[in-house]
Design a protein around this ligand. Structure first.
Ligand SMILES: Nc1ncnc2c1ncn2[C@@H]1O[C@H](COP(=O)(O)OP(=O)(O)OP(=O)(O)O)[C@@H](O)[C@H]1O
Length: 602
């Protein structure tokens, strides 16, 4: 836990962020906060001057002119801070809104640069959860506390000056009265932070369980499987345990306050005794006595507030640090500085040479899920990858897309190691449809169009969109390309799982990548449409490489090459004919599936 991350560094980063967002408002706020901190003492001095003037007028040694002067100053000392306070609060709110947007956008920018391995890691997920839980508000709160500290600081300096002038002992009494406050606040805020930090995993579980009541697909299961009470219990237990810890910390805080109040009273009495003695001895006037008392109590409150805000600043800094850690998280997979720029115009030669892979894990070494894979995919070949669940098919294509790098061995693209190729160049040459593909809540046109978002619209675009929808069979249910696929919105609709998948396949046809990778693209699609899709792939993807992962052996018969995986190894490879002649695993599984179809026909 990097809880003791340098508070100073985080505060500087937070102010630097504010500076980047709007330096004029930042400087204005700092100035106005400093002004607010010191102006209050003008009220005390002008009020004590009025009291002394009244006494002097009664004694006949002063005129009402001085009294009016002091009254005007007193009036202004009340009026000006009120106006300034309103200005501060206006600009502060404006600044919070401006920075809130900037922070969210910056976070998105940083997140989208990360690789999947980093995103999957539990440390990153905790960081994300922490940042989400405390929101961008933690960075902004930190600034608020810095501003409050500036106000308090100005107040302390002013009051020290006044108290020092009246009686130096007053400064010492007030300082001693306030000193323990810091340690109490610090201890308490550390404890709350620790509780929150240690319960991050619990909060992620709570968030997940709550999602079962909020997300449609999950909510249906909750109702049908009667999971409500079971999930509710899990949520309640975790929340109750978290609350108990926070309440215990709150209790300790309240007790500390009681002790602190007694301590403060002790020094207040000492200060009153000292000032009364001075007044009786005639060394200060009545107005001076009032000024001393007001300044003393205000000094204590200010120093108390200052310590409190330092302590809160520390607390806010601990939370804000999560945001900055998030910003600092660097992707593990990225282009090398001297990466080769390649503008792919034709399907490339792909070679796997002795590739082995294990998933990265922070807790320790995981088993190899791919072992010594070697194979070649020639430009424009249609490849099928088959194998039982967990044999490593999806992992293999993740390596090909460079979502991960191999643990051992190399992948060559046109003879260049994939790690040496500029990542974006390679990414723009490939198109991938994963088995758990995302559903876009966009219009039909956009849902297909995102397959090639960087493309500038041209006259053929609409035609190509419609063609892609035709190849995937999506055109059969599309009534309008402007239809919004989002049931929760007015006029929005939802689609069946298979229809969603047809749209996703259309997206891939529209992308028309040099290397198209399809991971079980027809799992939810009916047999007739499946046949149509595979025919379109063969006919319209000529010259392009297509890699297909599937469990349906009937769909791979026409592939140029079939790779059969088992426990992360290629156990057979060749065309359908070659593998059938081999009479190995492929032949056995193919025959089994074919037999089942025929039996079903009988
Ligand atoms: N992100 C991950 N972190 C750790 N292990 C993983 C991860 N993804 C997959 N695995 C493991 O890697 C192995 C291969 O998984 P993979 O998804 O590649 O199999 P598959 O052949 O595509 O399976 P399926 O046919 O079920 O889609 C499995 O044992 C799985 O548990």
């Amino acid at each position: 836990m990097k809880s003791n991350r340098n508070i100073f560094t985080v505060s500087i980063r937070s102010i630097a962020f504010a500076w980047q967002t709007n330096r004029k408002i930042l400087l204005l706020l700092i100035f106005l906060n400093l002004f607010q901190g010191s102006v209050v003492y003008l009220q005390f001095t002008s009020f004590s001057a009025i009291v002394d003037e009244i006494i002097r007028i009664k004694q006949g040694v002063s005129s009402t002119r001085e009294l009016i002067q002091s009254a005007v100053i007193l009036g202004l000392s009340f009026l000006v801070p009120t106006i300034v306070g309103n200005i501060v609060s206006f600009y502060r709110n404006k600044f919070r809104l401006q920075q809130g947007v900037q922070l969210e956008l910056y976070k998105i920018e940083k997140q989208s640069a990360l690789d999947i391995g980093t995103i999957e890691s539990s440390s990153y997920q905790n960081l994300l959860r922490g940042a989400k839980e405390w929101g961008s508000g933690s960075v902004l709160n930190l600034q608020d506390f810095i501003f409050t500290s500036a106000t308090s600081f100005a107040g302390i300096i002013t009051s020290i000056g006044i108290l020092w002038a009246l009686n130096r002992w007053l400064v010492l009494f007030a300082a001693l009265a306030a000193a323990p406050v810091y340690f109490f606040y610090k201890k308490y805020s550390m404890e709350v932070f620790r509780i929150r930090y240690l319960s991050l995993d619990d909060h992620r579980v709570i968030g997940n369980r709550i999602s079962h009541f909020e997300e449609l697909q999950k909510a249906v299961d909750v109702i049908l499987l009667k999971l409500k009470d079971w999930f509710k219990e899990q949520i309640r237990d975790r929340k109750v345990s978290f609350n108990e810890k926070i309440i215990a910390a709150e209790q300790k805080k309240s007790l500390s306050y009681a002790v602190l109040s007694l301590w403060y009273l002790l020094f207040l009495f000492a200060a009153i005794a000292l000032m009364t003695k001075e007044a009786l001895a005639g060394s200060i006037a009545v107005g001076g006595l009032l000024l001393a008392f007001n300044t003393y109590t205000r000094f204590y409150q200010t120093i108390n507030g200052y310590i409190e805000s330092i302590s809160f600043t520390e607390e806010a800094a601990r939370y804000a640090a999560r945001w900055f850690e998030l910003f600092e998280t660097e992707p593990k997979i990225r282009s090398r500085k001297d990466a080769v720029r390649i503008s792919f115009t034709t399907a490339p030669l792909i070679e796997f040479k002795n590739v082995s892979f294990r998933y990265p894990n922070e807790e320790g070494e995981t088993p190899l899920v791919l072992q010594s894979l070697s194979f070649t995919i020639r430009p424009g070949e249609k490849i099928a990858i088959v194998g039982i669940n967990g044999s490593g098919k999806t992992t293999l294509i993740k390596l090909l897309c460079r979502i991960y790098d191999p643990t051992e061995g190399n992948i060559y693209i046109n003879g260049t190691d994939l790690r040496d190729i500029y990542l974006e160049d390679w990414q723009s040459a490939i198109g991938i449809l994963f088995q758990d593909f995302p559903v876009y809540n966009l219009t039909v046109r956009e849902s297909i169009g995102v397959g090639r978002i960087s493309e500038t619209p041209d006259a053929t675009q609409e035609e190509r969109l419609r063609q892609a929808a035709h190849f995937s069979g999506a055109d059969e249910f599309i009534t309008s390309y402007d239809q919004l696929i989002w049931k929760e919105f007015k006029d929005g609709v939802d689609l069946s799982k298979g229809q969603h998948q047809r749209l996703a396949v259309a997206r891939m046809f529209y992308r028309n990548a040099l290397v198209t990778i399809l991971d079980e693209p027809t799992a939810s699609i009916d047999a007739v449409t499946e046949e149509k899709i595979f025919n379109s792939l063969e006919k319209h993807m000529e010259g392009k490489t297509v890699i297909l992962i599937t469990h349906r052996f009937s769909t791979v018969k026409n592939a140029d090459k079939i790779l059969m995986l088992e426990h992360g190894r290629i156990i057979e490879q060749g065309s359908h004919k070659e593998l059938m002649l081999l009479r190995g695993q492929y032949e056995a599984l193919f025959t089994m599936q074919a037999k089942r179809y025929l039996e079903n026909e009988d």
